[in-house]
Design a protein around this ligand. Structure first.
Ligand SMILES: [Zn+2]
Ligand SMILES: [Zn+2]
Length: 280
């Protein structure tokens, strides 16, 4: 029986474990097909393929692109990406520079508020895609917040004093970029898109025209609405995907393999994605 988890993060972005540890944990969780989908970086993918091969696990190389639509963040997963693709690498390098600028600015704002953080240390210990979770952990470590949730709530989320907006590509652009580069684009966790469900359904039509191939239905953020998203995806002839969005222990993300249990057609759906991503 195949047990997929198609959404996992490593230290290449804001996950807590490196790819070797994630692969070990994947196997321990009885997951047999996994994808690494770090934010805006493919740095972990070559090692992930080696780790999967060593452990006899099926593996799909992936990425999760940060983008936006109508003032909401939208994450676009891409499956079957080539980690050496020069066009994608250039886009992610540009995004990395933007992230660095933004986090440095947020660090300055926190310092002005009396919360100086060791920014050099944060930058050197962070992976390719430094983000607010790195600041949140540093705030907790220094005692400025009791946990990362509180750090976000008090200082880091939109509307808070240290918040700085990111320059993000439009979701349709991210979709068409992935499709052009031979990957299968999938809209991640629609339950985390801050737009009404009816509006998201309309946008799915537009994104399909840009090359969208799938919708991530079985993600912890969609819990309680699995049947609805599943029906919407299948009606629109989109591939149905799922994953835990594991980032590490004690984070407010899922644990490895958890959504596979609630995904009735996991075997069929995961293979459909696998084929679509391999075809290119
Ligand atoms: Zn995401
Ligand atoms: Zn994610």
């Amino acid at each position: 029986m195949i047990r997929p988890d198609l959404h996992l993060h490593t230290t290449a972005s804001d996950g807590q474990y490196d790819v070797w540890n994630v692969a070990r944990m994947v196997q321990r969780a009885d997951v047999t097909l996994f994808a690494i989908t770090d934010h805006d970086t493919m740095a972990a993918l070559p090692a992930a393929a080696d780790a999967a091969y060593e452990r006899g696990l099926a593996f799909l190389p992936g990425v999760e692109i940060s983008s936006a639509a109508e003032e909401s963040n939208v994450h676009v997963l891409g499956y079957g990406v080539n980690p050496n693709d020069p066009v994608l690498c250039a886009v992610f390098e540009q995004m990395r520079q933007d992230r660095i600028r933004r986090i440095a600015l947020m660090g300055e704002r926190l310092a002005e508020m009396g919360m100086s953080l060791p920014m050099d240390e944060i930058f050197s210990s962070a992976g390719d895609s430094i983000g607010r979770p790195h600041l949140a952990r540093a705030l907790v470590k220094r005692g400025f917040a009791s946990d990362t949730g509180e750090a976000f709530h008090l200082y880091l989320k939109r509307g808070c004093p240290a918040y700085v907006k990111r320059n993000l590509p439009d979701a349709a652009e991210a979709v068409s970029l992935l499709r052009e580069r031979g990957a299968a684009p999938v809209i991640a966790h629609p339950g985390e898109i801050h737009l009404p469900m009816e509006r998201i359904v309309q946008l799915l039509e537009q994104w399909k025209k840009a090359g969208l191939m799938g919708l991530e239905v079985y993600h912890p953020a969609n819990r309680g609405h699995y049947a609805e998203w599943d029906r919407i995806a299948r009606e629109k002839h989109l591939l149905v995907t799922g994953g835990s969005d594991f980032h590490g222990d004690g984070t407010n993300h899922g644990s490895i393999g958890e959504t596979a249990k609630e995904w009735p057609r996991a075997l069929h759906d995961a293979w459909a994605l696998f084929r679509a991503a391999e075809k290119k």
